[in-house]
Write a protein that binds this ligand. Structure first.
Ligand code: FE2
Length: 260
């Protein structure tokens, strides 16, 4: 784990090769696709999403509680560098969505009273910055006090349940951009479905873009599972509040969308 943590400090992310077995990855894919194909879900950024699903959807069977699995908690604790951490209630289950360059601080800011739930979307309705290739201004006043402090310690952990070794349609990171003033090098992660990707939620990252999408080139959808964990402190609680507000907004919309 030490080599991962070195990379995490410097680059703001790391990838654990084969954190789950191929059988587990295939099972997670089967459970996810079954849910997308047969249950109420949200249209979202060109694809589908199930907001805040972890612990809430029994049809996902063992995937529903995987965020509490010892293997996940061990990695979260190591990445956060503390035993005193919490699951942030944040979980994403996406299929075929588009995400442009962004930091997950949209959730963090959205927790503020009176904030608008859509401020993280660009004019085309996609989550991310208006110009997908240019990082937003760094160290400007949009970031609240303490945003860049070491105590602000929230990580995302995710699996992309399809192979991205031969394509650039998985996740991209701007290495080092979890720190103020660092634009970072753009890196395409060539992940396998068994790889666990861990990143500081402040890092600039993106998924696939509109131009060429995974499901247009391969005979299956692009599925992403993600969970958030954070040190047990005020910063994580602010992040949680923002996530819950957004996820609840989508849950309401899902229910409404399914009223016949
Ligand atoms: Fe993100």
């Amino acid at each position: 784990m030490n080599q991962y943590l070195e990379m995490f400090k410097t680059d703001g992310y790391f990838v654990i090769k084969d954190a789950i077995t191929p059988e587990q990855a295939a099972r997670f894919r089967e459970l996810s696709d079954n849910y997308f194909d047969n249950y109420p879900v949200n249209p979202f950024m060109g694809g589908l999403t199930v907001p805040g699903w972890a612990g809430a959807i029994s049809e996902l069977e063992e995937l529903n509680t995987f965020h509490k699995d010892a293997s996940m908690l061990d990695v979260a604790g190591a990445a956060l560098g503390c035993d005193d951490f919490i699951y942030t209630d944040h979980s994403d289950l996406h299929r075929d969505i588009v995400t442009l360059w962004h930091r997950d601080h949209f959730d963090y800011g959205l927790g503020a009273p009176g904030s608008e739930p859509f401020q993280g979307f660009n004019e085309d309705g996609f989550w991310g910055d208006r110009d997908q290739l240019v990082a937003p201004a760094l160290e400007d006043e949009q970031y609240p006090d303490g945003f860049w402090s070491d105590e602000h310690n929230v990580v995302k952990m995710c699996f992309l349940l399809q192979d991205h070794k031969d394509n650039d349609l998985g996740l991209w990171m701007m290495a080092g951009s979890h720190k103020p003033g660092v634009r970072g090098e753009e890196r395409c992660l060539r992940s396998s479905p068994t790889d666990l990707i861990v990143f500081d939620h402040r890092i600039m990252h993106r998924g696939q873009v509109q131009a060429r999408q995974y499901h247009q080139s391969y005979p299956q959808g692009r599925v992403l599972l993600a969970w958030g964990y954070g040190a047990d402190n005020q910063y994580t609680r602010q992040f949680m509040a923002g996530c819950n507000e957004r996820q609840e907004f989508y849950r309401q919309r899902t229910r409404l969308a399914n009223v016949k």
